[in-house]
Write a protein that binds this ligand. Structure first.
Ligand code: MGD
Ligand code: MGD
Ligand code: SF4
Ligand code: MO
Length: 700
């Protein structure tokens, strides 16, 4: 065990799956207890501001319901009966079951399943050591970034963009398909500062009047999934009104007569019918970005959680390539800094043991996978065991009826390593208690900005909780794995990874707590060209190039994709039986399903509600506050109706992933969402769903 430094204020990093990755100042009361958590003032990105849910972290880390001891299921699956066991007994049972399954069905019958409960690389990605060493099924990681990244890559060839600090030099900030007031507070800190200091105009593109749109100078409320239409109509106006930078396009893009002819048909009138915006709105937006060279496009994840989301990302990203905004400081676009880290994580993941012949299973398709869908199983055998860390698929994964049926299988052996008795842990055979970020060492990359930060262990873990790294290590050893990563501590793993990656020595890094990996400004803004061999941005997206760079797998025939930046009509259609479009946008005080356990967050979001227009409700006999049922071919979910005029006719918004058990009827919002892989490379279309709605009191 490492020695614990106990200063009154410890520097740390928020570990949650949020682009902000805030630098934190944590009050340490004693070796087991923290007090207030504050945003670090001396971190230029955090700038002293963090979200309310993490400011109250003491509620979470010292929560009375934290898991403290390993447990074995004592009743039927999901019945909630548990028997405490020792770690030794837990490991013995897991090893015995895994061995039997390996022998009988082969190693691919075991699926280590994880996501980003902690974003620390050592404790998040260390699970791959077990997978690679034993030849267990691989996980195709689509649930969050599967639609967003390919769209960006297909244009620029690289996942980087203009430094977010340069928002202070922008004259216009376009916040597109993201709701930073809820999901990334720092962006708002910088946006508001820019407006105050420079008069920066703020445009927000979303499908309802979000808390972010409330703050905007121009709010564009569009129909779900219609972003591509808005983007190409903006480009139509830019060309028509001579606002496109033709010199820039000739040097830095593949712009040509075919694309110009294509855009000639994408008129504002055409886009008005698809987006629901007026022609004047579209023209005003085009003129604003066309006459403001320093326009910064902050492109989010939300608008890509549509079946056509990848093409929408690419279309929106194409606007600054036409205006030449990339040429100016404070101009261009940003989605994630993920391409810039150049980390050597091979020791964390035991990359050299990875067998290219082992099948990939798509994490978003966990429902079909566990219920024996041959396509989802890649025509291989059934999954017989799950080892889960860092994620709560019984609540967050789409197509919940299948997920639930899968987890209920008697022949499935499920191990869940968790901090709380989540709805996934409820379905386990063995539950193992996990540490929280202040109880272990890790480093964190910041996707919304260029710093890599160190988060040291500052207090002792409660009960018998063990870290992900320790548990994977011990399980691997007991399964007979030999690997250098099994010989070292989490702190040594951080140090060695940073060293191998050329970041320097941890002893020096921990003095400030970070390394800045900002690319030179010109490189981040693609001032010397984009990341394709000819240096040119692709208005004709290079999907195969994106697939080659990231190992993406096609979920459709490449020939069906639009040739150029465009609106692609492949979303779930509405029809007479399913006339409403539902999106499941993020709630402010939850983070996916995390924080649904803390009192402060529950107070802010006491029950699952769905926003709808009073006019729509009136036609259906729904009153404000009524219990309503939403349904489609995948199932039914109950929520409380809330009238909201900041939403369009025919659209429903259910903010946040409440626990399934918080819904009357016990079915959560992801019951309604499809798990069919989004196009072209998979991913879940969480905001693309057609449903009916009726008062729950009314029979079908
Ligand atoms: N408070 C809070 N913070 C979070 C999270 C959370 O759940 N709660 N989740 C975290 C995670 S894992 C992630 S990946 C990030 C995601 O953060 P974001 O990038 O902000 O993405 P989303 O949260 O999915 O959705 C953002 C917005 O996209 C809108 N949207 C949906 N469909 C469309 C569309 O077709 N067009 C347009 N223009 N907009 C659309 C939604 O209404 C929503 O307001 O946030 C992280 N931070
Ligand atoms: N309807 C709907 N569904 C969605 C989304 C949406 O917008 N709408 N968003 C999707 C997105 S973007 C994402 S990223 C996924 C995220 O889905 P998940 O990855 O499941 O994220 P969380 O719900 O935050 O659950 C993370 C879990 O990890 C646990 N955890 C945290 N730290 C540790 C640790 O150190 N060790 C261990 N063992 N466990 C830990 C937490 O207690 C928590 O239960 O959800 C997706 N689901
Ligand atoms: S959840 Fe996001 S905004 Fe809140 S402290 Fe963590 S990184 Fe910062
Ligand atoms: Mo995410």
């Amino acid at each position: 065990m490492n020695e614990i430094a106990s200063p009154r204020i410890a520097r740390s990093v928020c570990p949650h799956d949020c682009p902000s990755t805030c630098a934190l100042d944590v009050e340490v009361i004693d070796a087991h207890t923290i007090g207030r958590v504050r945003g670090a003032k001396d971190d230029p990105y955090t700038a002293g501001v963090i979200c309310e849910k993490v400011a109250r972290y003491a509620e979470r880390i010292h929560h009375p319901n934290r898991l403290l001891h390993p447990m074995r299921r004592a009743g039927a699956k999901g019945e909630g009966k548990w028997q405490p066991i020792t770690w030794d007994e837990a490991f013995e049972e897991i090893v015995a079951r895994f061995r039997t399954i390996e022998d009988e069905f082969g190693p691919e019958a075991i699926w280590p399943y994880f996501y980003a409960g902690t974003m620390g690389h050592v404790h998040r990605d260390g699970i791959h050591r077990l997978r690679h060493a034993r030849g267990y099924s691989r996980q195709y990681e689509t649930i969050c970034t599967g639609t967003a990244w390919p769209g960006y890559l297909a244009g620029t060839g690289w996942l980087t963009g203009t430094h977010t600090e340069q928002i202070l030099e922008s004259d216009c900030l376009v916040i597109w398909g993201t709701n930073p007031v809820h999901t990334q507070v720092n962006l708002m800190t910088h946006a508001m500062r820019a407006r105050k200091e420079r008069g920066t105009r703020i445009v927000v593109v979303d499908i309802y009047r979000t808390a972010t749109m409330e703050q905007a100078d121009m709010g564009l409320m569009i129909r779900p999934g219609s972003d591509g239409a808005l983007a190409v109509a903006v480009m139509h106006v830019l060309l028509r009104e001579n606002l496109a930078d033709r010199d820039y396009m000739a040097r830095f893009t593949d712009f040509g007569p075919d694309f110009e002819a294509h855009l000639a048909t994408r008129t504002p009138e055409w886009a008005s019918a698809i987006t629901g915006l007026s022609v004047a709105d579209i023209e005003d937006f085009a003129r604003l970005v066309g006459t403001t060279p320093r326009t910064f496009f902050r492109l989010g994840y939300g608008f890509t959680r549509q079946r056509n989301g990848s093409t929408n990302m690419h279309a929106a990203l194409s606007i600054p390539a036409m205006t030449g905004a990339w040429q100016h400081r404070g101009g261009g676009a940003f989605h994630t800094h993920g391409g810039a880290w150049a980390l050597d994580k091979s020791l964390i993941t035991a990359a050299e043991l990875s067998d290219p012949n082992v099948r990939w299973l798509d994490m978003s398709e966990i429902g079909p996978v566990l219920t024996g869908d041959a396509r989802a199983l890649k025509n291989g055998g059934a999954v017989k065991a799950l080892f889960i860390q860092n994620t709560n698929p019984m609540n967050v994964a789409p197509n919940q009826e299948l997920v639930r049926a899968g987890f209920a299988r008697e022949d499935l052996f499920t191990v869940v390593h968790e901090q709380f008795m989540t709805e996934t842990a409820d379905m386990a055979d063995i539950v193992l208690p996990a540490t929280m970020f202040l109880e272990h060492n890790d480093y964190y990359t910041r996707s919304g900005h260029s710093r890599v930060l160190f988060g040291p262990k500052v207090i002792e873990a409660p009960g018998e909780a063990r870290s992900n790294f320790a548990v994977v290590g011990e399980l691997s050893r007991r399964l007979g794995v030999e690997h250098p990563s099994l010989e070292i501590s989490d702190r040594e793993m951080v140090a060695e990874t940073l060293r191998r990656s050329g970041y320097g020595e941890l002893a020096e890094i921990e003095v400030t707590g970070f390394v800045d990996r900002a690319l030179p400004d010109e490189k981040a803004r693609f001032a010397d060209g984009f990341a394709w061999p000819d240096g040119k941005y692709r208005f004709a997206p290079n999907w195969q190039g994106a697939a080659d760079k990231k190992g993406y797998q096609w979920s459709c025939d490449p020939a069906i994709l639009p040739r150029f930046a465009d609106y692609w009509d492949v979303n779930e259609p509405t029809d007479e039986d399913h006339p409403f479009r539902l999106a499941t946008s993020p709630a402010r005080a939850f983070l996916n399903s995390t924080f649904t356990e803390t009192p402060g967050s529950r107070k802010r979001h006491p029950e699952p509600v769905v926003f709808l227009r009073a006019e729509d409700a009136a036609e259906l006999g729904i009153a404000d506050g009524d219990a309503v049922t939403l349904g489609n071919q995948r199932g039914e979910v109950e929520l409380t109706a809330r009238f909201f005029e900041g939403i369009q006719r025919g659209v429903l918004i259910a903010e946040g992933i409440h626990a399934n058990r918080s819904h009357r009827g016990g079915k959560g919002i992801n019951t309604l969402i499809g798990s069919d892989p989004a196009l072209p490379f998979g991913g879940a279309a969480f905001h693309d769903c057609s449903v009916w709605i009726r008062p729950s009191s009314q029979p079908k």
